[in-house]
Design a protein around this ligand. Structure first.
Ligand SMILES: CSC[C@H]1O[C@H](OP(=O)(O)O)[C@H](O)[C@@H]1O
Ligand SMILES: Nc1ncnc2[nH]cnc12
Length: 311
């Protein structure tokens, strides 16, 4: 029998607004120091009783554009429920011929093309400074684990969906799509995929010491192909539904084994992000405001609970 805690969080992107193939238990809507999540979080369970917390990134009815998704509240709310690992789904454009719409991809690198208008840190606006390591923006161990498990899940599903690994994703600001010149430039930079959502989500997960991986689902070829029309939302919508169905099946297939990997003995080795902020936060000082320490204790109780800036 699975334990009570909800250790796995799933963030659903465009088209993936629920995990209706699991057994729904309840909705929770924690108010965090950064506000409420995009939508109430659905707690559901697999047939064997493993629980998962699901949040729709763009909210119920897709009301948040990518630049205004309350990412800090989403990540903080998942952490407050006991989540240790997040699998985030995202609809992405492909910058490579071989990555056809309908493909699934596990990226390992990100190029940031957001424009500085999104809050990118839990420490922003506080008297506490932290410099978090982000050289490997996704959880290496979780991604490695997913490479095998998602491949198996896609094979079991039998729809012929291909999985690509070790790819680089550009995160652009949007909400408009790229120009042809930008799309061609990103290919020259070595990028393979493009979306508008992986940042600051991945950075915030790292600050909250959560393991985070992205399952990217290709919907279109963006705008780099010389003899094809540039991407439109209508192109994206065509593939969203079947990608969302496949995403639900993949999630349902991997959840039980993921729960075992992150709850059993050796889970500390798997969840390498836990404890990672220890050397990222600048030393304690009298200038750090108690209310800021209190706020940050919501996501990092090990470093801020019960301590006041007294030296
Ligand atoms: C609907 S096209 C652009 C939109 O789709 C992706 O959303 P998500 O990552 O949440 O699946 C992309 O990042 C843009 O936000
Ligand atoms: N071509 C594209 N550009 C940015 N985000 C996307 N999400 C899906 N397709 C996209």
């Amino acid at each position: 029998m699975a334990e009570e805690k909800v250790l796995i969080g799933i963030i659903g992107g465009s088209g993936l607004y629920n995990l209706s193939n699991l057994t729904f238990i309840k909705l929770v809507n924690p108010e965090t120091p950064w506000g409420f999540p995009s939508a109430p979080i659905a707690i559901s369970s697999t047939p064997s009783g493993v629980k998962v917390a699901f949040v729709a990134r763009h909210g119920e009815g897709h009301v948040f554009n990518p630049s205004s998704v309350p990412c800090r509240a989403n990540i903080a709310a998942l952490k407050s429920l006991g989540v240790r690992a997040i699998i985030a789904f995202s609809a992405v454009g492909s910058l490579r011929e071989e990555i056809a719409p309908g493909s699934f991809i596990l990226p390992t690198q990100i190029i940031d093309r957001t424009k500085g208008i999104r809050p990118v840190s839990f420490f922003e606006g506080t008297s506490i400074v932290a410099h978090t390591g982000f050289g490997d923006p996704f959880s290496n161990k979780l991604v490695k684990w997913l490479e095998t498990e998602v491949e198996k899940a896609l094979a079991k599903e039998g729809r012929g969906v291909k999985l690509f690994t070790d790819k680089t994703i550009v995160c652009m600001e949007g909400p408009q799509f790229s120009t042809r010149a930008e799309s061609i430039l990103y290919r020259q930079w070595g990028a393979d995929l493009i979306n508008m959502s992986v940042l600051p989500e991945a950075k915030l997960a790292r600050e909250a010491e959560l393991s985070y991986a992205l399952i990217a689902t290709a919907t279109d070829y963006d705008s780099w192909r010389p003899h094809s029309a540039a991407v439109t939302a209508a192109d994206v919508l065509k593939t969203l539904k079947s990608n969302a169905e496949t995403s639900r099946l993949v999630a349902a297939t991997i959840l039980d084994d993921l729960h075992v990997s992150i709850s059993g003995e050796g889970s500390d080795l798997f969840l390498e992000e836990a404890g990672g902020m220890k050397f990222s936060i600048m030393p304690r000082s009298v200038k750090q405001k108690p209310e800021d320490r209190e706020k940050l204790s919501y996501i990092l109780p090990d470093y801020f609970d019960g301590q006041q800036g007294s030296n």
